[in-house]
Design a protein around this ligand. Structure first.
Ligand code: PHB
Length: 355
């Protein structure tokens, strides 16, 4: 039978009312690391998504890589997220927390002790961070993690995942895409280690399985972006790399979420080797992050290969997206000027359809 975006679908132990997920999107409005009232409203407005995946949330102090992003490593943060999950659940929605460790894509000024950001090896990103005063601060040469620190980092992910469940989330998604810490371990150019973690898939595997053990595989998803050069990442053979990762990940995870980089044949191949649930953010172009978003037509066209389709910009600008897709539009356009930081403008004030 032909799949529809409006089929119900099972993800882990959740029965979702449709196949439309909201992609994780950094919005930089957590001014003190907490989920604010504005964030409660923003996520609640989008509760008709089959699954909301939150913006990236740092699992530890050193996991933070940009200003004004939220955390899940102290009690006050857990309490603040409880209000978000309550509001989404009250409206019948489902929500996973994305756990995001930035690794080398970060700056010492984010940390109270001014320490260096960390990475698999001491290789800088070549990029920069925007400071609170709008200054461009070059990402420094990071400190290579020791084996002991790798174990601590995995423990931080596990603790944050437990916190997410305590905060009422339905599960967590581990951010292993877009050039952040887990992706740095998967890369050819940032992972120059000669210990066990020099094996590119090892860290992704260890983090994912440790989290799955702690909160249940059915509550654990992983976000991958095969072939994405974002944040200075090089992968010699993405198809081979991700084939080997998918071959060792436990298939009873909630899902694998792929951000596609203009290569449907790679997606189709990875679909064929992954027996579990596949969430796909479809992209026929090559730069899907930083403001290029898939359309409703691309979402439909992705269904043969995906169990769930994750969309970013359309959800950002259209809180009532399922209704709009059912009606063939029209769609509000996302405003790039208000993506990061600011107030309710370009955040909670996108109108629902007049219909
Ligand atoms: C961003 O802040 O632009 C950003 C954050 C996380 C991503 C991609 C982009 O995975």
């Amino acid at each position: 039978m032909t799949k529809s975006l409006f089929d119900s679908v099972t993800v882990g132990k959740l029965d979702l009312p449709n196949r439309l997920a909201m992609s994780p999107m950094t919005r930089s409005r957590a001014y003190d690391g907490l989920a604010s009232d504005l964030m409660v409203e923003y996520y609640a407005q989008r509760a008709t998504a089959g699954l909301i995946i939150t913006e990236g949330i740092q699992p530890s102090v050193i996991g933070q890589g940009s200003i004004n992003t939220p955390g899940l490593y102290i009690d006050e943060q857990v309490t603040s997220w409880q209000r978000v999950t309550d509001a989404v659940h009250e409206r019948g929605g489902h929500i996973f927390a994305q756990l995001w460790h930035s690794g080398r894509v970060a700056h010492s000024s984010l940390y109270p002790d001014g320490r260096l950001p960390v990475a698999p090896s001491a290789v800088p990103s070549g990029g920069h961070m925007i400071s609170h005063t709008g200054e461009r601060l070059d990402h420094p040469v990071p400190q290579a993690l020791t084996l002991e620190e790798i174990a601590e980092t995995i423990a931080d992910f596990v603790a944050a995942a437990r916190n997410a469940i305590a905060a009422g989330f339905d599960g967590v998604e581990l951010h292993a895409a877009n050039g952040y810490l887990i992706h740095q371990f998967l890369s050819d150019n940032v992972n120059l280690r000669d210990d066990a973690y020099g094996e590119r898939t090892r860290f992704a595997l260890d983090v994912t399985h440790a989290v799955a053990e702690a909160i249940g595989p059915e509550r654990t998803g992983i976000h991958l972006s095969p072939g994405n050069p974002y944040n200075g990442i090089e992968e010699g053979d993405p198809s081979a790399l991700y084939t080997s990762l998918l071959g060792v990940l436990r298939p009873d995870l909630a899902y694998v979420h792929l951000l596609e980089i203009g290569n449907r044949p790679v997606t189709e191949h990875l679909r064929s080797v992954w027996p579990g649930t596949l969430v796909l953010n479809p992209h026929t172009g090559i730069n899907p992050v930083a403001g290029m978003f898939a359309s409703a037509e691309e979402a439909e066209a992705a269904l043969p290969v995906a169990d769930v389709v994750a969309l970013g910009g359309l959800w950002l600008a259209n809180p009532d997206l399922p209704d709009r897709i059912r009606n063939g539009g029209p769609y509000n356009e996302p405003d790039h000027e208000t993506f990061y930081g600011g107030d309710h403008r370009g955040y909670t004030d996108y109108p629902t359809s007049a219909r």
